[in-house]
Design a protein around this ligand. Structure first.
Ligand SMILES: *Cc1c(COP(=O)(O)O)cnc(C)c1O
Length: 215
């Protein structure tokens, strides 16, 4: 089977499981080459995700698409990230928002990342800390608040975790009515995330194949 046939088949399998028309499938191409991005673009994919700025710079130059960043943010990389990313999913720090206010030369759509357990190694804010950052994003002219993003704790039961997230999101929307998007769900759990209201799913290995561990 050619790479094109393989990608077409796996993409079709994921697309066939998308249960609502308001769900955006982001194909996470991290660690995979730009040639895969070109094939996926020919197959109709218009939303791609990356975790590292270097890869985003390189691959976003190859196709016309909406580019998403969902990796851990290093402050010194923010200007770089804002040069190619149309959407940042992993914002969880007031300093990073201030930096984007001056570093970004175009509009950037953002999600605030929430954490269910406060584990600092996985990023994200506790619910109580959301309003301060939401206010800051809304006061920043070049940032648009889309909603919330979450990666559940590794040990969590996905359905319980996504249900809790959807409740946090509902409370968030009642305060910030424009923030209707929910970025949740990866290869292992995107169907459950959609059941619980995800509007953006971020799927990598189910389409591209399992990644070799990095570093
Ligand atoms: C890598 C990554 C994904 C995609 O993960 P898969 O399990 O390969 O689908 C989604 N979201 C985040 C934050 C990631 O780091």
């Amino acid at each position: 089977m050619s790479r094109r046939e393989e990608l077409a088949e796996r993409l079709g399998q994921v697309q066939s499981k998308i249960s609502r028309s308001d769900v955006t499938l982001i194909v996470v191409t991290k660690t995979y080459p730009a040639s895969d991005v070109e094939i996926l673009h020919e197959l109709g994919v218009r939303n791609f995700g990356e975790n590292r700025s270097e890869e985003g710079v390189e691959k976003s130059a190859v196709v016309d698409a909406t580019w998403h960043f969902q990796g851990g943010i290093q402050s010194r990389k923010l200007r770089d990230i804002a040069s190619w990313a149309d959407v940042i999913h992993s914002l969880d720090n007031a300093g990073h928002i201030s930096k984007l206010a001056t570093a970004a030369e175009k509009n950037v759509d953002v999600f605030l990342q929430i954490s269910l357990d406060g584990d600092p190694s996985r990023g994200g804010l506790l619910e109580a800390d959301l309003p301060a950052l939401a206010e800051q994003v809304m006061a920043t002219a070049n940032l648009t608040l889309l909603g919330l993003m979450c990666v559940p704790p590794v040990s969590a039961d996905p359905r319980k975790a996504f249900t809790e997230i959807s409740h946090i999101h509902r409370r968030f929307i009642s305060r910030y009515p424009g923030a209707t998007s929910l970025s949740a769900g990866m290869s292992g759990d995107y169907e459950i995330a959609m059941d619980c209201g995800a509007t953006h799913i971020r799927v990598g290995s189910s389409i591209l194949g399992s990644r070799a561990p990095r570093e």
